[in-house]
Ligand binder design. Structure first.
Ligand SMILES: NC(=O)C1=CN([C@@H]2O[C@H](COP(=O)(O)OP(=O)(O)OC[C@H]3O[C@@H](n4cnc5c(N)ncnc54)[C@H](OP(=O)(O)O)[C@@H]3O)[C@@H](O)[C@H]2O)C=CC1
Ligand SMILES: O=C(O)C1=N[C@H](C(=O)O)C[C@H](O)C1
Length: 273
């Protein structure tokens, strides 16, 4: 169904008291075509039973719950930025209830990722390690740069995030690695180097290295370095606010409103494929 201010997209948010949960609830409240329809958090969360928009000093009429079925009963969409085990529990309930899903959570294993492809036989899902327009355009720039710099340039992916981030390298850095490896005809699993210490030996020219920095309140910086002889090229994206991730998530909701099932990413949403 197409939305309008009188028939807005009804969206539940998982991880309602998290960093992304808060900016999502704020952004939904500001969007004419969206309405908060549910808010989920973990058992024991201090946010339970409180109004989901209470942290903004206003009322949404939606109480935070740890009961998935109850939290999703009025929702057409769930936006999930939590942890892999939480997202998979939400996925199962969304599949049962026919709720469409936007997944921003990172840190999934390959086996866990396969569960989304299976569920997408029944429901529509957008899953992406980075919802911002800028990062997704950066992926395209990387593809072009990697093809043009295929020989003679060593490739390193460097990312920096806040001290609370639990997974490394970031989902975005890993996706950058996949984009680079595919453009170069390499297998990322075989060429990725995540750790260097001690006597490492000289650099394998076919490797793609990853460095993860954690500190303070850095929202999310990603640089891909192409280091040649006598020159270096750096392609960098920096997020200075989480608002871009939230706006991208709402674009994903609007895209999902036009789909009945299938697994999509932000290239589909942004028409970048
Ligand atoms: N795709 C993208 O564009 C982006 C992705 N992310 C990813 O989103 C995820 C969340 O990031 P962020 O908001 O910073 O994290 P936070 O830790 O701030 O928030 C996570 C939220 O999820 C809840 N939660 C934790 N574990 C579970 C679980 N097992 N089941 C259900 N809920 C759970 C937390 O509850 P409690 O507080 O009670 O523990 C909290 O409300 C990360 O994987 C991050 O990498 C982040 C930004 C952008
Ligand atoms: O945890 C974060 O904060 C972020 N996580 C995502 C990732 O792992 O790539 C996206 C963004 O970098 C912020």
């Amino acid at each position: 169904m197409s939305s309008s201010p009188s028939h807005p997209h009804r969206i539940a948010v998982a991880g309602a008291s998290g960093r992304m949960g808060h900016i999502l609830i704020e952004s939904i409240g500001q969007a004419d075509d969206c309405r908060l329809a549910g808010a989920l958090d973990l058992p024991g969360s201090p946010a339970l039973d409180a109004d989901a928009a209470g942290f903004l000093g206003r009322e949404s009429g939606v109480l935070v719950t740890d009961n998935l079925r109850q939290g999703l009963q009025n929702a057409e969409f769930l936006i999930d930025f939590t942890r892999p085990e939480g997202t998979l529990a939400h996925l199962a309930m969304c599949r049962e209830l026919g709720v469409k899903l936007v997944v921003g959570t990172t840190g999934f294993s390959e086996a866990q990722k396969a569960e989304f492809a299976e569920a997408a036989k029944d429901i529509a899902i957008v899953m992406a390690p980075n919802m911002s327009v800028g990062v997704n355009v950066t992926f395209k720039l990387l593809e072009m740069a990697a093809k043009a710099l295929a020989t003679g340039y060593d490739i390193e992916v460097i990312e920096a995030h806040h001290r609370h981030k639990v997974d490394a390298p970031s989902g975005t850095a890993l996706k950058m690695g996949e984009v680079l490896a595919e453009a170069l005809g390499r297998d990322l699993k075989a060429c990725a180097v995540f750790d260097r210490h001690g006597i490492t030996g000289e650099r394998d020219p076919s490797s793609i290295g990853f460095t993860a920095i954690r500190g303070g309140d850095i929202v999310g910086d990603h640089t891909v370095l192409f280091a040649g002889t006598g020159e270096r090229i750096e392609i960098t994206h920096k997020s200075s606010s989480r608002a871009g991730y939230a706006q991208g998530s709402l674009r994903a909701v609007r895209f999902l409103a036009t789909q009945s099932k299938g697994l999509f990413d932000m290239f589909d949403v942004l028409n970048l494929r």
